[in-house]
Design a protein around this ligand. Structure first.
Ligand SMILES: [Zn+2]
Length: 62
């Protein structure tokens, strides 16, 4: 025995990501041109990708 779990667990028991809801911003995916929401503010300087394209790029990116 070594790892004892439990005890006082009054942290984050409610579901979700506790405090600080992420602000979502609307953006157009630079790849599929679909409207999507991103957890950051699109600067207009860089292309914004939707979740799928982002994963796709990450997956098959160089
Ligand atoms: Zn996309």
């Amino acid at each position: 025995m070594g790892y004892q779990q439990g005890g006082d667990r009054g942290y984050g028991s409610g579901g979700g990501y506790g405090s600080g809801q992420k602000e979502m911003h609307k953006a157009i995916c630079a790849d599929c041109k679909k409207e999507c929401t991103v957890p950051f503010k699109p600067s207009g300087d860089r292309p914004v990708y939707c979740k799928e394209c982002f994963a796709k790029r990450r997956d098959s990116g160089r």
